[in-house]
Every structure is written in structure tokens, then in C-alpha cells.
Design a protein around this ligand. Structure first.
Ligand code: SF4
Ligand code: SF4
Length: 180
């Protein structure tokens, strides 16, 4: 995963706060966000926390880690706030500070799986996730997993791509770049 040093990330947090200043709390970004339903704080609420200098609460939120980077919020903002970039900056800062939550754990396991095989193997991903955060976090998803399996949407054999080493190298390079 991309991890900045704490010193670098402090600059990132300051940049995020600067971007948040223009927000006038209309909430259009949340309406445009395809992931808002799963976020513990809406994009608007995250920006408000930054405006109020309550960054710690923003950093502990799962919202930046669920952001799909689709730019829907940034394009819909009447004030031109680059919220997609704010999400990215908050992820960097949280990673540098070693902050952990379930979404971060999932993100780490997902990236590790892609780096190793070039493809997601869902059963392995969920086992690794359960090991990190405890089985109770996975149990609510078992029914959905069973439904997916019944429809043939889950494949119970490990997958990998021919170019997995090249892809793993690219991911490693991106991580190292993030540390600089
Ligand atoms: S759309 Fe823009 S101004 Fe409105 S709440 Fe979101 S970031 Fe703030
Ligand atoms: S970039 Fe992230 S926060 Fe913005 S609309 Fe897309 S998923 Fe939501």
C-alpha cells in the first residue's frame, strides 16, 4: 500500500484542509457519490471536520478508503472543491500515522492479493480479512457470498495472470514512490 512519511503527510493534511476551505456544505458531493451509502461519514461531513480542525475524526473514518476515485464529487461541486484529491490525501495521512480500521485492513489484503497473483481470489481475501479483523466482520457477508456462489459469480480456485510479476513490480514501484 502507498505510505507516505509522517512529515510528508502533514503537508498532505494541510493541503486537504486548504481544499476543504471553499466548501459551503451544500451536500451535492454526497448525492453524486456512488459509495456514500457505505461510508460512515459523508463527503460533506468529512470536509466539515477538516474545516473545524477535527482532522483526527476524519482520519479514522472509513470513507476515504471506500472512495472509488470516480471524480463524481469533484465534478458536481459548485465551489470547485477537489474532493477526490482530499480523499487521496486523507488516505496518505492515515497510512503514515498507522491508523487502522476495517476498511484499511480490507484495502491492504486486497492490494496484497493483486500484487501476488494479479487477480482477486475472493475466498482467500475474505479469510485473510477475517484473520486481521476477526470473524464477526465477515459473518454478515456470508449470505451474500452464498448467493454469489449459487449464481456462479464466485470461483473457488485460485486465479492468477501470466504477467503477475510485472504487475507486482508496478504496484511495488507505486508504493515506493508514495514513500518518497
Ligand atoms: S458539493 Fe462542494 S460545496 Fe457542496 S458540500 Fe460538497 S464539497 Fe462542499
Ligand atoms: S471520488 Fe470518491 S468521494 Fe468522490 S464521488 Fe467518487 S467515490 Fe465518492
Amino acid at each position: 500500500m502507498v505510505v507516505a512519511t509522517v512529515a510528508t503527510s502533514q503537508k498532505m493534511l494541510e493541503e486537504a484542509k486548504l481544499l476543504a476551505r471553499s466548501c459551503y456544505q451544500c451536500g451535492r458531493c454526497g448525492g453524486a457519490c456512488p459509495m456514500a451509502f457505505a461510508m460512515d461519514l459523508t463527503p460533506r461531513q468529512l470536509l466539515r471536520l477538516l474545516q473545524l480542525d477535527l482532522a483526527e475524526d476524519a482520519l479514522r473514518s472509513n470513507s476515504p478508503w471506500l472512495c472509488a476515485g470516480c471524480f463524481g464529487c469533484s465534478f458536481s461541486c459548485p465551489r470547485g472543491v477537489d474532493l477526490t484529491k482530499v480523499m487521496y490525501l486523507l488516505r496518505q495521512q492515515a497510512a503514515a500515522e498507522g491508523i487502522s480500521n476495517k476498511s484499511i485492513s480490507f484495502y491492504r489484503e486486497f492490494v496484497a492479493g493483486i500484487q501476488a497473483a494479479g487477480a482477486v481470489y475472493e475466498p482467500k481475501l475474505m479469510l485473510a480479512y477475517a484473520r486481521r479483523v476477526g470473524p464477526e466482520a465477515v459473518l454478515p457477508h456470508l449470505r451474500m457470498g452464498a448467493e454469489l456462489a449459487l449464481r456462479g459469480k464466485l470461483i473457488f480456485r485460485p486465479r492468477s495472470i501470466a504477467e503477475k510479476e510485472q504487475l507486482g513490480g508496478i504496484i511495488r514501484q507505486v508504493m515506493e514512490d508514495g514513500e518518497r
